[in-house]
Design a protein around this ligand. Structure first.
Ligand code: HBI
Ligand code: FE
Length: 298
C-alpha cells in the first residue's frame, strides 16, 4: 500500500512481534496460530464492511478473484492456503513480512512473483486508516487481483522495473505508476469507473469517495502524465487515473522506461489535484474535500 514519496523511516514491527532476527529477504513466519480472537474479529469487521460496499463498485476482475480465493470473514487467511490457490492460477505466492520493507527487497519479491503481505492487523481504533499495509490491505486489497493474469504479469514487471528504476535513480517516478494503478487505479466498466486499486478496495471510505464524491478528478491514465504527477500518502487521492482495460497495464509492462525517464528529465511535475489542458478528463472534481482539509490545517 503506502508507496511513499519519502522512503519509510521506520519498519514497524507488528504489535507483539518480537524483534526476531530478520531473514535477508525480510520474510517472517505469518504466525497464523498466534492470531487472537480479537484480531480475527477485526478482520471480520473489515471484511463484512467491504463486502457490503464493493458489489457494483469493484471491477468484475476483482470480484472474480475474490471468489477464486475463497477467503471469508471468519478468519484471517492462512498465507499457505492463499499461496496454494495463487500458484495454481498465476504462479504467485504470498510471503509474510512485518510491515513496509526496503524498496529493493520489495521489488525483488515482486520480480519473483512473491507478494509481501503484512502479517499484522490494524487495531480496532485504526479501522479507517493506518500507516503501514496490514494483512487486510494486502490480502483483501491486493491478492484478488493477483489472480488476474494481466495484473499478475504487470506487478511482476513492476518489480523488475523497480530494480531497474533504482539503478537509474528514477524510483520516485516509477512509484507513481504503481500508486495510480495497483494502489488507487480505476477501470472503466459498463460506461463507469470501477475499483481495481487495492488502496481503494480495502478502504470503506475511499471506495465511496473515489467513485461517487464530486471532489476528486477522474482522468484517463496516460503514462507520462502519471510519471510526472505527485500523490498523497496521508489522505484520499485528489485525482484518480482511469484505464479502459487492464490490457493497458500489460502494454506498460512491455515498455522500456529508460528513454521515457530521459525525455522527462527536468520537465514540469504536477500536483495531485492539477488538471492539464491535455488531460482526457472523465470528471473534473470540485476539489471541495481537499480544500476543506487545507482550511482545517491552516
Ligand atoms: N513494503 N511490505 C511492503 N509493501 C509495500 O507496498 C511497499 C513496501 N516497500 C516499499 C514500497 N511499497 C514502495 O515504496 C515501492 O512501491 C516504491
Ligand atoms: Fe498496497
Amino acid at each position: 500500500m503506502q508507496a511513499r514519496e519519502t522512503p519509510p523511516t521506520k519498519h514497524g514491527l507488528a504489535a507483539g512481534e518480537a524483534a526476531a532476527p530478520r531473514r535477508a529477504d525480510w520474510t517472517i513466519d505469518q504466525g497464523w496460530d498466534h492470531y487472537s480472537a480479537a484480531e480475527h474479529a477485526t478482520w471480520k469487521t473489515l471484511f463484512e464492511r467491504q463486502s457490503k460496499l464493493l458489489p457494483g463498485r469493484a471491477c468484475d476482475e476483482f470480484v472474480a478473484g475474490m471468489q477464486k480465493l475463497a477467503i471469508s470473514a471468519e478468519q484471517i487467511p492462512d498465507f499457505r492456503r492463499l499461496s496454494d490457490v495463487l500458484r495454481r492460477h498465476t504462479g504467485w505466492q504470498v510471503v509474510a513480512v512485518p510491515g513496509l520493507v526496503p524498496d529493493d527487497v520489495f521489488f525483488e519479491h515482486l520480480a519473483h512473483r512473491r507478494f509481501p503481505a503484512g502479517n499484522f492487523i490494524r487495531k480496532p481504533d485504526q479501522l479507517d486508516y493506518l500507516e503501514e499495509p496490514d494483512v487486510f490491505h494486502d490480502v483483501f486489497g491486493h491478492v484478488p487481483m493477483l489472480l488476474n493474469p494481466v495484473i499478475a504479469d504487470f506487478i511482476q514487471a513492476y518489480g523488475k522495473g523497480g530494480l531497474r528504476a533504482q539503478q537509474l535513480g528514477q524510483l520516485k517516478k516509477l512509484a507513481r505508476v504503481y500508486w495510480y494503478t495497483v494502489e488507487f487505479g480505476l477501470l472503466m466498466q459498463d460506461g463507469a469507473p470501477r475499483i481495481y486499486g487495492a488502496g481503494i478496495a480495502s478502504s470503506a471510505t475511499e471506495s465511496v469517495f473515489a467513485l461517487e464524491d464530486d471532489s476528486p478528478n477522474r482522468i484517463a491514465f496516460e503514462l507520462e502524465r502519471v510519471l510526472q504527477t505527485h500523490y498523497r500518502i496521508d489522505d484520499f487521492q485528489e485525482t484518480y487515473f482511469v484505464i479502459d482495460s487492464l490490457d493497458e497495464l500489460l502494454k506498460l509492462a512491455q515498455i522500456d522506461f529508460e528513454p521515457i525517464y530521459k525525455r522527462l528529465e527536468g520537465r514540469p511535475e504536477f500536483e495531485p489535484g492539477d488538471v492539464l489542458a491535455g488531460d482526457a478528463v472523465i470528471t473534473r472534481g470540485s476539489g471541495r474535500y481537499h480544500a476543506a482539509r487545507r482550511r482545517e490545517r491552516a
